[in-house]
Design a protein around this ligand. Structure first.
Ligand code: SAM
Length: 293
């Protein structure tokens, strides 16, 4: 998998040479290159931002610098978008919104529930680059997205800074037929996209075949698989530590009982902490014992 990252702080990604991702690069599983967006500027100050149109605080990342950079990395010729009416201008387009009455006079828009069947499936589509912008006001990045993106051949991440990037950048590349994604990594605001990209990158690359020493360790994890749950609690030796014992059943050597205990724990924990995941379970794929829990 080829991964390009564009940032005004490319040094931030030197850390990717460490640990498992460093090993994966050494093995040739992934090739990560961090680029400095300022290399595509032409002015003496290497400026990448400008004041917001319409006024307001802060600065916004300029489209011209980004487009020179992205055109080169995506090997695209510059183009002019003739008809802007039919192109989506954001990760959540207006027509994916349901409107609902807020009670009094105002009508508010709320995101429509996403229909998974409409999502692009990289595994089945022709492999092209995927352009990803971290954005706190975009849909949440999930394990499902990580799994899907782990099938891509080429990921290109663009790290925002300041008040963010000009909204026409993702709009333009969608119009050029590029698979453009915008993701939030959580309901909080970071200073820049670098941390968010690191999070997504790690979640995606650890799913690559050959990345983990033991492939089994990514099979039964939290949020993983079609009936995803939170994982059961984990223990190691000694059997008793500072007066706290591991559950007896885990020492029994009875694999069926251990599996059942862990499964029950996972179901209970998920019910307590993430009832939304329990509600999303496909009951036809649960066994009798699951349903009892
Ligand atoms: N003005 C933006 C807002 O209120 O939504 C926040 C911009 S933030 C200071 C600068 C950049 O950090 C964003 O363009 C994005 O790339 C990144 N960023 C910040 N928080 C993020 C989050 N929760 N998830 C993904 N990216 C985030």
């Amino acid at each position: 998998m080829k991964i390009d990252i564009v940032s005004v702080f490319p040094e931030y990604f030197e850390v990717l040479n460490l640990s498992l991702l460093g090993k994966a690069q050494a093995k040739g599983l992934v090739e990560v290159t961090a680029h400095n967006l300022r290399d595509w500027t032409h002015d003496v100050h290497h400026s990448v931002d400008d004041t917001p149109v319409g006024g307001g605080a802060g600065m916004v990342m300029k489209p011209e610098v980004w487009s020179e950079c992205l055109d080169e990395l995506l090997q695209l010729e510059p183009a002019v978008v003739e008809n802007t009416e039919n192109i989506e201008d954001s990760a959540v387009s207006c027509d994916t919104y349901d409107t609902c009455d807020s009670g009094n006079s105002a009508t508010v828009a709320v995101p429509a529930k996403s229909d998974d069947s409409e999502k692009t499936n990289i595994a089945q589509s022709s492999a092209g680059p995927v352009l990803i912008f971290p954005n706190p006001s975009a849909p949440l990045f999930t394990q499902q997205d990580a799994t899907e993106l782990s099938h891509a051949d080429h990921l290109l991440f663009g790290c925002g800074r300041y008040e963010g990037y000009d909204a026409r950048i993702p709009q333009y590349y969608r119009a050029q037929g590029i698979d453009v994604r915008e993701y939030s990594i959580g309901d909080y605001v970071l200073n820049g996209g670098e941390v968010a990209v690191s999070v997504m990158l790690e979640a995606i690359t650890r799913l690559l075949p050959g990345f983990m020493g033991n492939a089994e360790s990514i099979v039964e994890e939290s949020y993983t698989g079609e009936n995803a749950l939170l994982e059961h609690r984990q223990y190691t030796k000694p059997a008793e530590w500072r007066g706290i014992k591991v559950p007896d059943v885990l020492l029994s050597g009875n694999h069926a009982k251990v599996d059942r205990f862990r499964r029950d724990e996972a179901l209970q924990k998920t019910d307590e902490l993430r009832p939304d995941l329990i509600e999303a379970l496909d009951c036809t794929k649960l066994d009798k014992a699951d349903r009892k829990t």
